[in-house]
Design a protein around this ligand. Structure first.
Ligand code: GDP
Ligand code: CA
Length: 323
């Protein structure tokens, strides 16, 4: 089977690890990763979501934290602090720095991000083909109003520095309209036997990938079934602040509301099937009424095995909707 998944950081990466465990060695997974979170720090290009997927699947992730490297040390951060050089709110560990140095060097030498990502994955062997959504620069910005007035901040400043504590008034995917999907992205969607939307953030992870011209249309037109899993359980994100960015796009924080936001492929939307958590079984009827096949199963990624079971449920729903 050829499976193509769109993915953000932690939620996407953990799901993909379970998916890989649920599949056989002949199955092929292509991951289209969000690069809207990318940021330049200390002259280096940092791609948090691509790295979270690469480290998680490659066995290098800091397991409890969900991002960054295992067994990390922080000497560079401490030295920068001693120089009074910020930003101090975005932590890059010593091991992690090496990834960003390699990436930045390769980009400076003229390689596109997709080629750089492939080279980094040569080391990590994530067991999936990891493609950035685009080789072009696309950045998620958030419009806020606080004591400094009404302004637009980089997504990382909103999320990491401000902890999404101020209301997000709008989400802007800067540069998206001129961006092209990275080589292989549209083909991976068109040629897949199954397209998956993992329980990643529907606005600033999957939503951002869908702002790259051509990607939304490719998913809507895919020959394969498209099945998604809800990141919202019991009316709240399992982790993170997805409720803040959902509100910014006028979507209620609920498993059914997110499904309706993606929409049914019957009506030009993206989904054939949607999984909600068992605790949200009451949402099934509403999702099905919107033209999306829906099942309620446990959706907490508490272990690789529990996550593999979620992936099996997604495969089963895909088989059902294509029958
Ligand atoms: P990020 O880029 O690191 O924020 O990661 P993603 O966008 O890929 O995933 C973030 C989303 O994952 C959040 O909205 C969480 O609600 C969701 N999430 C995290 N853990 C779980 C889980 O165990 N189950 C489900 N269903 N969603 C989860
Ligand atoms: Ca992210």
């Amino acid at each position: 089977m050829r499976i193509t998944a769109l993915a953000g950081g932690i939620g996407g990466a953990r799901f993909l690890r379970g998916l890989r465990a649920a599949l056989g060695p002949e199955d092929r997974i292509t991951v289209i990763g969000n690069t809207g979170d990318d940021i330049h720090l200390h002259g280096l290009k940092v791609c948090p979501d691509l790295d979270t997927v690469m480290y998680t699947l490659g066995g290098g992730i800091h397991e409890e934290q969900g991002w960054g490297r295992a067994d990390e040390t922080w000497s560079i951060k401490e030295e920068l602090k001693a120089y009074g050089v910020g930003p101090d709110w975005f932590g890059l560990g010593d091991r992690d720095f090496a990834t960003h140095i390699v990436r930045t060097r390769m980009l400076a030498a003229g390689y596109p991000l997709s080629a750089v990502t492939e080279a980094l994955c040569d080391r990590w062997q994530p067991g999936v083909r990891l493609l950035p959504m685009s080789d072009d620069r696309v950045e998620t910005h958030v419009r806020i109003t606080d004591a400094d007035g009404s302004r637009v901040v980089h997504f990382q400043e909103y999320w990491v520095r401000l902890h999404a504590a101020v209301e997000a008034e709008a989400i802007v995917s800067v540069g998206a309209e001129d961006a092209k999907p990275a080589p292989g992205v549209l083909e991976a969607i068109a040629e897949a036997d199954l397209v998956l939307l993992p329980p990643s953030n529907p606005v600033v992870s999957i939503g951002t990938i869908l702002t790259v011209p051509g990607i939304r249309a490719a998913v809507a037109a895919a020959a394969a079934p498209v099945v998604g899993l809800s990141p919202i359980v019991g009316g709240a994100p399992v982790r993170g602040m997805a409720d803040r960015v959902l509100a910014a796009v006028g979507v209620e924080t609920g498993a059914a509301a997110v499904a309706r936001h993606y929409g049914s492929r019957r009506d030009g939307g993206l989904l054939d099937g949607w999984l909600v958590d068992s605790s949200d079984a009451a949402a099934v009827d509403e999702v099905e009424a919107a033209g999306i096949a829906c099942r309620a199963v446990p959706l907490l990624m508490s272990s690789v095995e529990a996550t593999a079971e979620m992936a099996r449920a997604a495969l089963a729903l895909a088989a059902e909707v294509s029958a």
